[in-house]
Ligand binder design. Structure first.
Ligand code: PLP
Length: 465
């Protein structure tokens, strides 16, 4: 090994005067650049004693400093291509918002706005009133409000209407949604006593009747968002439970989970509960998510009878769970699309992707196929194959939607490790591509691929691997 000078590195000040480093000050400011120089030098000092260590040239040092600054300025939250086949993928952010929602949210973030200001009277306004009218119009309810997400909506409704009292719920509806939402735990947090009735597969009207007592605050129904009970089953419909509740002057609370504002079965999708129908069947309070089938931002919507909504809005938790102004604007921008029903499926990405025709996805797959096959080389066999997409987020759990995928199969023997490597390489692309591994193949479901050119343009680096 060559003899090393005592300090092989230029001083911080000298490095800061390198032309390539000095120009970084214009982008990042001097103090961040000095910090980066120190951090890179520290890194070199810790590795200096290692046998393979080689002192960096001035150019290498400059590049390492630039890379560090660039890396630290790059957000950790990044755009990805969702080719998992799950349209509302919770881990990938569920909904993509419509342009109108995004622009409206940008306005609310950028400018002053009448968030809680009544433009008619010049006095104080209510932020909820901005979206209450349209929610009432779209659901047929008397009143509406909005909180942070549907979990918050359920918690708030129970806390406001059933504090230290009992809520009757069928055993078959003790739902757990991914991410630690479990109905019994939510009840406990709201200081509500859960009265389970019926059995896992069968609940009858008489089960509800018998459970009602002096401490009952409400009857409840929870939509089985992510499972189905089949075989020997008996459920009591919302209309029947509402009837029983009203006989005892009690409200019926319904947690719909996804809750659609339109009937998706009219567009070739499996039937999901429509909020308007649930209200019409007699439910007094209905909660549902903003970022599931509605196609908007993360939010929890609460609609129902005015007297109950007044109570819910006045509860202290409401203030703690209230939504921000960009979110409220994104929600309003989303809801406005429902006033032009003929354009709705085109405007809201969630509904557009869910109803995308299979032949359109197949044509896309055939166009992308040669580019992906070329990028992957001879180690991989790539084919266009029919697959089944899912709605996701607990919506329409069992039903699947026909779709088309590019299926990548390794031609070598070591299938498992090849698949892992390819999945990793795809995640390392400039815009990470997220697929799924199934049946010894990597499956890229193209239902959610809209930026075809952007996807193809970045495949190059795969070939180099
Ligand atoms: C999804 C879901 C929730 C939770 O909704 P978030 O908006 O994710 O908080 C609660 N209940 C049911 C039945 C659901 O499907």
């Amino acid at each position: 090994m060559a003899t090393q000078p005592i300090s092989p590195f230029p001083s911080v000040d000298r490095i800061a005067r390198f032309e390539a480093v000095a120009s970084l000050c214009e982008v990042y400011g001097r103090s961040a650049v000095i910090d980066a120089i120190r951090a890179v030098l520290d890194e070199h000092r810790t590795h200096r004693e290692e046998p393979e260590y080689r002192s960096p040239s001035d150019d290498e040092l400059s590049r390492q400093i630039a890379d560090r600054l660039h890396d630290r300025a790059t957000p950790r939250l990044r755009r990805v291509f969702n080719l998992t086949g799950t349209v509302l993928h919770t881990n990938l952010g569920r909904t993509q918002l419509s342009s109108r929602a995004i622009e409206h949210a940008s306005m609310a973030m950028r400018e002053a706005c009448n968030l809680e200001f009544d433009l008619d009277s010049g006095g104080r306004g209510e932020r909820d009133s901005l979206i209450e009218d349209i929610l009432v119009e779209l659901t047929g309810a008397e009143a509406a409000t909005v909180v942070n997400n549907n979990a918050a909506a359920v918690l708030l409704v129970l806390a406001a209407l059933a504090h230290k009292r009992e809520v009757v719920l069928s055993r078959g509806e003790l739902v757990e949604i991914g991410g630690a939402f479990r109905i019994p735990d939510v009840m406990r947090s709201a200081n509500t006593r859960l009265i389970e009735v019926g059995t896992t597969n069968c609940t009858h009207p008489s089960d509800y009747q018998r459970a009602i007592g002096a401490k009952t605050a409400a009857l409840m129904k929870v939509h089985m968002s992510n499972y189905k009970i089949s075989g020997f089953v008996a459920h009591v419909s919302e209309a029947e439970v509402a009837h029983i509740a009203h006989e005892h002057q009690l409200p019926l609370i319904v947690d719909l989970g996804a809750g659609s504002l339109i009937d998706l079965s009219a567009h070739g999708l499996p039937k999901e509960p429509v909020v308007r129908e649930t209200i019409a069947s007699g439910a007094d309070v209905v909660t549902f998510s903003g970022d599931k089938l509605l196609g908007g931002p993360q939010a929890g919507l609460i609609v129902g009878k005015r007297a109950l909504l007044d109570k819910i809005k006045r509860h202290p938790l409401k203030r703690a769970l209230r939504v921000s102004k960009p979110l409220l604007a994104a929600l309003e921008g989303t809801l406005l699309a429902y006033r032009t029903p003929d354009l709705l499926l085109q405007e809201l990405p969630t509904l557009r992707l869910l109803t995308r025709p299979v032949d359109e996805i197949e044509a896309l797959a055939n166009r992308v196929l040669p580019h992906l096959a070329a990028a992957l080389g001879t180690q991989w066999q790539v084919d266009v194959t029919p697959v089944a997409s899912q709605v996701g987020s607990g919506s329409l759990p069992i039903e699947v939607i026909p779709s088309m995928a590019l299926i990548c199969r390794p031609t070598s023997a070591k299938v498992g490790s090849a698949l892992k490597r390819l999945a990793r390489d795809l995640r390392r692309l400039p815009t990470p591509v997220i697929g799924r591994v199934a049946d010894d193949a990597l499956v890229l479901d193209l239902r959610c691929l809209e930026d075809e050119q952007g996807f193809i343009a970045q495949l190059g680096p795969l070939a180099a691997k």
